[in-house]
Design a protein around this ligand. Structure first.
Ligand code: G3P
Ligand code: MG
Length: 254
């Protein structure tokens, strides 16, 4: 097992920022997470058509903006013309798509950690994405404040070429944990495994923990349904509902 950055994992990580309270993947959603008492967020990063890294989940902009079309069809100027808040509520009208650089500056200012998901949507190039974002991530965040995850193995492999395990914590993202998880994780020297929580089996959780990996599960929004899983050794729940989860945990007997 290689040495990894000394990451103090939180119980809760705000999925796409505090996305139950603010438009996902925005500066406002990250600020809302901090205000709710959560110091770590999960965010998605991908590239505009002109190569600018932005914080965005979908392949297109229809769901989360007042525009339409593929992200890959936009340059920075066009992207900044979109309102990415009003779809969520009038109070968020005027919110603009965040660049990776703007987001890193905010995370630094708020003293927050990030699980940055390298989001390789269909037809996009994982290598170009990693090459564009990795220098900024390594420059912008201390090793203890950064976990880079992806469903895309080629992307993770490329990330590892930028920095060794002691400098860069990588996370293997899965739906159901596949039979190959152990060899995948060893080959990439990952720090953590990130399964879809309802599909994780107890035996898999035990094996993952026994092998020394951290275990971060997404996307858990009902704290009572998730409750029994804490005993499986899960380190962190990635949740849209940080306030609901935090309240629930606060009310548990110690
Ligand atoms: O990183 C956990 C989770 O965000 C993965 O799925 O689709 O919400 O990015 P998605
Ligand atoms: Mg994500």
């Amino acid at each position: 097992m290689p040495t990894h950055p000394a990451i103090a994992l939180p119980r809760l990580i705000a999925h796409r920022g505090f996305s139950a309270a603010a438009p996902e993947n925005t500066l406002t959603a990250v600020t809302a997470a901090k205000e709710a008492g959560v110091d770590w967020v999960e965010l998605d990063v991908q590239l505009l058509g002109d190569g600018t890294p932005v914080i965005w989940h979908d392949a297109d902009v229809a769901r989360c903006s007042d525009g339409h079309g593929l992200l890959s069809g936009l340059n920075w100027e066009k992207a900044q013309g979109l309102d990415v808040g009003r779809w969520f509520g009038d109070a968020f009208s005027g919110e603009r798509m965040a660049s990776l650089d703007d987001m890193l500056a905010l995370l630094d200012r708020l003293d927050m950690g990030v699980n940055m998901e390298i989001k390789v949507n269909k037809g996009r190039d994982p290598i170009a994405l990693v090459d564009a974002v990795m220098p900024a991530l390594l420059d912008g965040l201390a090793p203890e404040r950064l976990i880079v995850s992806s469903f895309d193995t080629a992307a993770l492999r490329r990330c590892r070429e930028f920095a060794p395990a002691e400098r860069l914590a990588l996370g293997a993202l899965y739906g159901a944990v596949p039979a190959t998880w152990r060899s995948d994780c060893e080959a990439l020297d990952v720090f953590s495994v990130h399964p879809h929580w309802p599909r994780l089996k107890r035996t898999q959780a035990d094996a993952i923990r026994r092998d020394g990996y951290a275990l971060l599960c997404y996307t858990a929004n009902d704290p009572s349904a998730f409750h029994s899983r804490w005993a499986w050794g899960i380190d962190s729940a990635i949740t849209d509902e940080v306030a609901v989860f935090a309240r629930y945990l606060d009310n548990q007997p110690t």
